[in-house]
Write a protein that binds this ligand. Sequence first.
Ligand SMILES: [Zn+2]
Length: 110
Amino acid sequence: MDKRALRARLLELHEQLTSRLQRLDRHLHHRPEPLPADSEERAQELENRAVLEGLDDNASVELVEVEHALARMERGDYGVCERCHQAIGGERLEFLPQASKCARCAGTRS
Ligand SMILES: [Zn+2]
């Protein structure tokens, strides 16, 4: 496992998520237009907002995970499952560099 490459990917991901959130934020909060009077348009507008809010949520959750992974890298416990303390497979980290649990633990939600 190449930690430097993974760290670079995490930093890149961090930047992408931050700018995505900033864009979504602008879109969501800096456009306080009244809803259209037409009920069909209004439904469409509300749907758009719900979609954006959903994206916002996903990106925020992911950003927290990425920051968490970077913090763990600093501490030196990156790549170790937080739950069972076994090594997280390199393949899984390649696929999901912010993973904090091994595939088995991540799959069992409790
Ligand atoms: Zn585990």
